[in-house]
Design a protein around this ligand. Structure first.
Ligand code: LLP
Length: 421
């Protein structure tokens, strides 16, 4: 191996029988690479949170919708969510059955609601207005209502989805209105759900919000709602600062508390329905990385810039949220190098904000190096764009046998012009 910095991928045998330099040669860069064993392990971590028979993991497909990954996630025993007709289509393509899919949408048209109902999905609406609309679209059917438990969490204000300032959810004081509207349209309130936000590393806010939803559910049951699904949302964080030894989320501790609370509540309320969690990032982030190449090294003033082909068209998180992704370095005949030099890693997009890592201490980069941007499996490819008319990258899966298989070809210029008239 020709690794300048690869302690993390080495420790998990990320590349299996493959070599990142050869993959970059063979398939070109930028290139998303996923590891099946890690994906399976992350599903198992969360499925192990509770052995309560009604406990389910609903993978939030917005994090990564590649059907090859969805099939593995389904094979591990997870259910799935969809929030748009496009996600629904991919879930079905991957083999999920309608009863395995929760439709958790926000501010959608009557046509989208009709489409979800026509597929026989349980649909969550997140405002009284959408509940009214759904009553017209699916009279006499089932519905789920998304509440804002008043507790939020997340790595950036842009992804905190509950609490005071948010576009999401119905406030608990509107429970009576939910019942009134449902009764008027003959809708059966079959579920309650929430999502407090994306990325917590300490489960206390999540558990506090679980209690809020359980209290609401108790009240809804008391009023006669035929509840069959209680969905507490996602947000389970992963350690992005691996090279600084960031601790993992304490899933064993969280699981103990969650399991005992759910078991006790189900017994107290004679509830035999489902309890769901709805994680996206925890399942998909760590199984994916993005390979790219350094084309330029230059000094601008006192800063060293490494110019790469990893722009924010390929991975948007650093630019959108100031998000951190660890970077590994591979080089022909490279040797491990522990001497750190501050360098700014930039992409090839025509914007000065196109920075992947700012003044990042890294071994000194050279032209031709291959970089691996870690933890890019969630909210990576799905948020990529063709900005500057650069086609989206290819995706590869390292299977359980350690061999790589292409699961999405690189986009072509023909793809980019296909919709033009
Ligand atoms: N459920 C609902 C209703 C959601 O809106 C989301 C994420 C999830 C579940 C899954 O959350 P997770 O377990 O992945 O945290 N693009 C951002 C994250 C946006 C999350 C949007 N909603 C990022 O790259 O950090």
């Amino acid at each position: 191996m020709a690794n300048v910095r690869s302690a993390y991928t080495d420790s998990v045998n990320f590349f299996g029988r493959e070599d990142p330099l050869k993959l970059a040669e063979r398939f070109g860069t930028p290139l998303y690479v996923y590891n099946e064993a890690i994906l399976r392990q992350r599903c198992r971590d969360l499925l192990g949170l509770s052995s309560h028979p009604g406990f389910h993991v609903d993978y939030s497909a917005k994090a990564n919708t590649n059907p090859a990954l969805l099939r593995i996630i389904r094979d591990e025993g997870c259910l799935v969510d969809a929030m748009s007709p496009g996600e629904l289509r991919l879930n079905l393509l991957a083999g999920f059955q309608p009863e395995e899919i929760l439709y958790v949408c926000n501010n959608v048209s009557a046509d989208e609601l009709k489409n979800a109902a026509a597929h026989g999905l349980l649909v969550s609406v997140d405002s009284l207005s959408q509940l009214e609309l759904y009553g017209r679209v699916n009279p006499g059917g089932k519905v789920m209502a998304r509440f804002n438990p008043g507790i939020g969490a997340g790595h950036s204000a842009k992804v905190i989805t509950a609490g005071k300032e948010t576009k999401f959810g119905i406030t608990p004081d509107c429970l009576s209105d939910v019942f009134d509207i449902a009764a008027r349209s003959g809708l059966r309130l079959a579920g309650l759900n929430q999502h407090i936000g994306s990325l917590f590393m300490d489960g206390s806010s999540y558990l506090a919000a679980v209690n809020v939803l359980l209290d609401l559910a108790a009240e809804a049951l008391r009023r006669g709602a035929p509840l069959e699904v209680l969905d507490f949302g996602g947000g389970f964080g992963i350690p992005y600062h691996k090279y600084e030894g960031e601790a993992r989320l304490d899933l064993a501790g969280l699981g103990r508390l969650l399991h005992s609370r759910l078991t006790e509540w189900a017994a107290d309320h004679a509830y035999e329905g489902r309890f769901c969690i709805e994680p996206g990032r925890y399942i998909a982030a760590e199984c994916g990385l993005l390979l790219g190449r350094v084309h330029v090294i230059k000094n601008n003033g006192s800063s060293i810039y490494a110019g790469t082909d990893i722009g924010f068209n390929q991975l948007m998180r650093p630019v959108l949220y100031d998000a951190w992704h660890d970077i590994e370095i591979f080089r022909e005949n490279g040797k491990p190098d522990a001497v750190m030099v501050e360098q700014t890693v930039a992409g090839n997009i025509c914007e000065s904000g196109d920075i992947l890592a700012k003044k990042r201490p890294l071994p000194r980069l050279r032209e031709g190096d291959v970089l691996a941007v870690l933890d890019a499996g969630a909210y990576g490819y799905v948020m990529a764009s063709a900005y500057n008319q650069r086609p989206r990258p290819a995706e590869l899966l390292i299977g359980m046998d350690g061999a790589a298989r292409l699961i999405r070809r690189r986009e072509t210029f023909e793809d980019l012009t296909a919709a033009l008239i």
